[in-house]
Every structure is written in C-alpha cells, then in structure tokens.
Design a protein around this ligand. Structure first.
Ligand code: NAD
Ligand code: UD1
Length: 349
C-alpha cells in the first residue's frame, strides 16, 4: 500500500486512539503512535500491530515534554516519513476525578495541547484533528445539540479543559500565518464497544469511570454492583440521557476528518471546523442496562444511587454537519455496540 501521509496519533494506546489507529491503517495512512501510558497499557500497541500489516512505531512520550515531542517529529523526518498530520487524543478524561483534581486536568490537557501546537508550528505541520467532546456545550437548554448550539459554562473542570483547548486551536489557526493551519474539532458523544475481533477494546486502569466498561465488569462479577448515578433527574425514567455510538463508527469518523483536511489542503486558507459525532438518539442509563442484559443474556448487578458531581442531565447529538461535509454517519446499533463490549470483557473472565 502506498502510505503517503504519516499521521501522529497522540494517546494512541488509549481506547479511541487504538481503534482509530487500526481504521487509519486500513484506509492507507501511515500511523505513528505516542502515549505516556498513564491510562493505558503496552498490550494495546501489540493489539494494533497484530490487526494491521505494518509494524506501527510507538513512542512512550508525555505531550507536555516539548523536547521529547520535538524528537518524535525529528526522527520520523530523518526516517524519510515526515509527520504530515496529527490526531490529538492524549488527555485525562474522568469527569469525577477532574472535580477533585482540577489543576492536574488543566496542566495535562491544556498544557499538553499548548506544547503540541508549539511543536507543530516549529516543525511546519499544519493539519490537526482534536478530540473534543459534547461536554463543551455545558448543560444544554435544548437537545439535540448541533454545532451552533451555545458553548455554555463548563459543568466540570474536564469540560473546561476541552473548551479551552478548542479556543487555543481556534486562536492558533488564526495566528499562525506562515503556514495555512487547518484543524477539525471532533465533539464526541459517548463511544462504547470494542473492535469486532476483540483484539482491542476499552481497558482503563483501575476502576472504570465510564458506564459501559463498568457494566461489563459488574456483569462479569469483577467489581461491585454498578451504581446508577442519579434516578431523580427530569428525564423519562429519572436517569441521565446520553448518545452512545459504536467505537468503530467513531474511529471511522477520524479517517473522514483526516481525508477532509487533506482534501481541503488544495484550498490555501486556514480553517477550524467543529463537528458533532453521535447517533442522534438519546438513551438513559437504565435503558442501557436493560439493552445490555437483553442482547447478552446476562444480568448486570446494579443499585440506584445518588447523583455524580459534574454530570450533565441530558445530551444527544444532531450530527447533520458531519453527514453533509464529512460524509460520515453511524452505521452500527446500540445492541451491536453492547455485544462487542461484552465479547471484549469475556476475554478477561
Ligand atoms: P483513554 O484514557 O483511553 O486514552 C487517552 C490516552 O492518552 C491514554 O492512553 C493515556 O495514557 C494518554 N495520555 C493522557 N495524557 C497524556 C499525556 N500528557 N501525554 C501522552 N499521553 C497521554 O481515553 P479515550 O476514551 O480514548 O479518550 C481519548 C480522547 O477523547 C480524550 O481526549 C478524551 O477527552 C476524548 N473524549 C473521550 C470520550 C469518551 O467517552 N471516551 C468522549 C469525548 C471525548
Ligand atoms: C463524559 C463527558 C464526555 C467525556 C467522557 C469521558 C459529558 C456530557 N460527557 O461522559 O464528554 O469525554 O465523560 O469520560 O460530560 N454512570 C453511572 N454509573 C457509573 C458510570 C456512569 O450511572 O458507574 C452514568 C453517568 O452518570 C452518565 C452515564 O452513565 O449519566 C454515562 O457516563 P460516562 O460513561 O462516565 O460518560 P459521560 O459522563 O457522559
């Protein structure tokens, strides 16, 4: 395969980064993985390598370490495979933890993005896809949200870091005039599930914060019963509502975004374009539990608990812009996502 573009994937050992790396490779891009492994494991890199026909390079580097990050760009340049685009996943993402440790979140997420932009500028790399989140909309007044919905005050320090990183990238796009900086902000809703091969999946370190990994552990008897965080919200069944999409649909959205950036490179103008990535359907926590039990034929031990600090009540996506401009939309169902999540978990029972 003729791999003309080399894409640096920061946070490449993580959940979304690892699945995206596989989709990029399959679409013909050369991938370079970077991660400090603070929330992931080297086995994810081995999993990626086993799924593609190429010995994907991996650098264990922290994005805030400017010198080491610069060295990654330099060594790839010297190898004759200069990095031409970056997908920036590397960040801390636990909403609850961010409430307890706001400074850590600011330093890691905003600091890492700032250093990456500086290095990209120095190395003349001008195409960036950023992992943003629906959290930038705060607690929305109306759902579904589209890209023109107001950016309301962040509900958590994690949300604040995503808003701030978006602002940094927008400013960078305007300021860096020597290069034509082109960027895409992908506002994910809730990715779940695993690669259908079960070779890679979601393996957070410690107790999972996200709903579906916790459901899986609870169903497998590997953790305490799941606590449903809040059943007194103003929603049809009292639990929070989110927009859950299959991880492979999300991975493929990154290929569409990279293609979009490289297509637009013919146009010599800077831009920063935001896209929502979701299914367009809201599902409650209690509905996810029921669907998981039905599709997998297992019960999910759970208890009804109090609200989690920093949680938004209800949010789901209107993703029409992604469909019309990126040609992307979700193809897999909630049931398929929950089946793939459980197949991945079963490897560890
Ligand atoms: P993840 O924790 O599985 O992956 C993030 C990876 O980044 C981890 O492997 C971690 O070790 C690495 N990392 C963190 N800080 C780093 C640093 N300073 N330098 C180098 N590596 C670092 O999380 P994920 O679910 O794959 O999320 C990826 C991105 O998508 C994050 O930016 C997250 O905020 C964003 N996002 C995730 C979700 C979600 O529900 N999973 C939703 C919206 C947005
Ligand atoms: C949040 C952010 C998202 C972010 C992601 C990364 C919002 C709207 N979304 O997702 O942008 O990138 O975190 O982690 O802020 N739940 C339980 N019990 C559990 C775990 C979760 O009931 O043990 C509930 C939560 O209260 C929530 C839903 O499940 O209502 C989904 O939670 P989670 O998977 O953590 O994702 P979000 O908080 O929606």
């Amino acid at each position: 395969m003729n791999r003309t573009e080399s894409i640096l994937v920061t946070g490449g050992a993580g959940y979304i980064g690892s699945h995206t790396a596989v989709s990029l490779e399959k679409a013909g891009f050369r991938v370079i993985l970077l991660d400090n492994l603070c929330n992931s494991d080297i086995s994810a890199i081995e999993g990626i390598r086993s799924l593609v026909d190429y010995d994907v390079p991996f650098y264990q580097v922290d994005c805030r370490d400017k010198e080491s990050l610069g060295d990654v760009f330099q060594s790839e340049l010297e190898n004759g495979t200069p990095i031409t685009g970056v997908i920036h996943f590397a960040a801390l993402k636990a909403v609850g933890e961010s409430v307890e440790k706001p400074d850590l979140y600011k330093d890691n997420n905003i600091g890492g993005t700032r250093v990456l932009l500086e290095v990209m500028k120095e190395k003349g790399v001008s195409k960036l896809v950023f992992s943003s989140s629906c959290t930038v909309y705060g607690e929305p007044e109306n759902v579904p949200v589209n890209e023109s919905s107001p950016i309301l005050p962040a509900v958590s320090p994690y949300g604040f870091t995503k808003q701030e990183c978006e602002r940094l990238i927008q400013d960078h796009t305007k300021r860096v005039t020597k290069q034509t900086f082109q960027s895409v902000l992908l506002r994910y809703f809730n990715p779940i599930g695993a690669h259908p091969s079960s070779v890679i999946g979601e393996s957070p370190k410690g107790v999972p914060n996200n709903l579906v990994p916790y459901i899986c552990k609870s169903a497998a008897g590997l953790s305490k019963p799941l606590i449903v965080f809040g059943t007194d919200y103003p929603t049809p069944d009292g639990s929070c509502v989110r927009d859950y999409l299959h991880i492979m649909d999300l991975a493929e959205a990154h290929v569409s975004a990279i293609n979009f950036l490289f297509d637009k490179s013919q146009i010599n103008r800077p831009f920063c374009r935001a896209f929502n990535l979701g299914t367009g359907v809201g599902t409650s926590v209690l509905e996810v539990i029921k669907a998981f039990e039905k599709v997998n034929g297992v019960s999910v031990p759970h208890v009804l608990g109090g609200r989690r600090s920093g949680d938004v009540v209800s949010i789901w996506s209107e993703s029409l812009r992604a469909k019309s401009e990126l040609g992307w939309y979700t193809k897999r169902s909630l049931e398929e996502s929950l089946k793939d999540a459980w197949n991945w978990q079963k490897k560890f029972i």
